[in-house]
Write a protein that binds this ligand. Structure first.
Ligand SMILES: *[C@@H]1O[C@H](CO)[C@@H](O)[C@H](O)[C@H]1NC(C)=O
Length: 393
């Protein structure tokens, strides 16, 4: 659930050069200056500032429900996974178990995307710690969300048992099979990229983990829907299509996490299926996002979701996008793509350290200026710092 979005008017002219993987020379400081030990220490210091600031219901103060899973718990688990430690194991395992116990399949407020952020954090935690309870939380949540993914039969018939109205089986000639509804509520008709991209990513990880075709098939359908139905002509992923009438979110609603979750999930899907056409599509979106996304200026520093004074969920979008690119960096055998991602993530890392840091605390405005501690700014910074452990070598 995104309760409030930072919307800006973007003066942006897209240049269609999706396959050009060269590093723009206009980017700010795209070479790494820090040793591995330094990068590990900076990430840990930032996590250690926010780790004690828990709430009684398993969240982090001033971070909110989905943000706590999407940023803090995910980054803690990935820190331990990358550094091969268990520094945050008890915090992560206890927190995820507590919240799973409090809210059936992680859905506190009636939003599938909330549930999927927590389930994805559970998968990362399983990857880090091998605790099969955490994998089961992810699987249980996947099973709870599955009915909200439109099947081919439902698209053909124009109806789904989970909605109380006739759905459009296709929009602009492209099927809605594979789309995942944002909310379980029977009357709600938002099919959006973040929910579908989260389901794609979780499905792909579960396919990789279990080898079961139900997960692969769900991931394929979700990836196809985002790419074919909800991506603009410049290969940037769009936000929402309404199932009642095919109306769309404004074309200016371009957010990092929509492209990010598509990139992360489709990259895993490519490895699960061994089908390189998924990689080709993923690279188109990744290159467009890094080089032509409206969320950065010509210096490459992400400016989306800068909210110095007011808690705002929009600050977390860029965290999952940065993490997605790091996941691709760790697995790609495309040298040019690896160099581009490396350079882009170094730009973000140098920016946050030089423009947004105040000791080990960070502003949600990665282009600066620094400020005093905020829970949301700190939470949003963690993926930038943790990704730098593996991506800025
Ligand atoms: C750094 O953080 C401290 C403590 O929150 C705050 O008092 C100070 O103003 C901050 N410095 C800058 C440059 O923002």
């Amino acid at each position: 659930m995104v309760t409030f979005r930072v919307l800006a008017v973007f003066a942006f002219s897209a240049v269609a050069c999706a396959q050009d993987l060269g590093v723009p020379t206009s980017w700010r400081e795209f070479s790494n200056k820090y040793s591995l030990a330094d990068r590990q220490a900076k990430a840990k210091a930032a996590i250690d500032v926010i780790a004690p600031k828990t709430t009684s219901d398993g969240e982090f103060q001033d971070v909110g429900y989905w943000g706590s899973a999407a940023t803090v718990y995910s980054a803690m688990a990935n820190y331990d996974h990358f550094v091969k430690t268990t520094a945050y194991k008890s915090t992560v395992v206890n927190g995820l178990n507590k919240v799973f116990g409090e809210f059936a399949h992680f859905d506190q407020f009636g939003y599938n995307d909330d549930a999927l952020w927590w389930a994805t954090a559970s998968y990362y935690a399983y990857r880090a710690y091998g605790d099969t309870n955490l994998l089961q939380h992810a699987i249980d949540t996947w099973n709870a969300v599955l009915p909200y993914q439109i099947t081919s039969a439902q698209a053909s018939s124009g109806s789904t048992p989970v909605k109380n109205y006739a759905i459009k089986g296709s929009c602009s000639g492209v099927t809605n099979a594979g789309a995942v509804f944002w909310r379980p509520t029977t009357g709600d008709d938002n099919m959006n990229s973040v929910t579908t991209g989260l389901f794609l990513t979780l499905s792909a990880y579960l396919a990789k983990q279990t080898g079961q075709s139900q997960y692969t098939n769900a991931a394929i359908a979700a990836s196809n829907w985002i790419r074919n139905a909800n991506t603009n002509a410049n290969n940037i992923v769009l936000d929402t299509i309404h199932a009642k009438d095919c109306s769309r979110s404004a074309s200016s609603w371009l957010f990092t996490y929509n492209s990010g979750k598509y990139i992360e999930g489709t990259n895993v899907l490519a490895s699960v299926t061994g089908d390189s056409s998924w990689t080709t599509k993923m690279i188109q979106v990744a290159a467009a996002a890094m080089k032509n996304g409206p969320w950065q200026g010509s210096n490459g520093v992400i400016t989306e979701g800068a909210s110095p004074n007011v808690a705002n969920d929009g600050v977390y979008f860029k965290s999952s996008y940065v993490r997605a690119l790091n996941e691709v960096f760790m697995t790609t055998n495309n040298a040019a793509l690896g160099t581009l991602i490396h350079s882009y993530l170094v730009v973000q890392y140098n920016a946050i350290l030089e423009l947004a840091a105040n000791g080990s605390t960070y502003s949600s405005a990665w282009a600066g200026p620094p400020q005093g501690y905020t829970g949301w700014g700190q939470a949003a910074a963690l993926d930038n710092l943790v990704s730098a452990i593996t991506s800025t070598t």
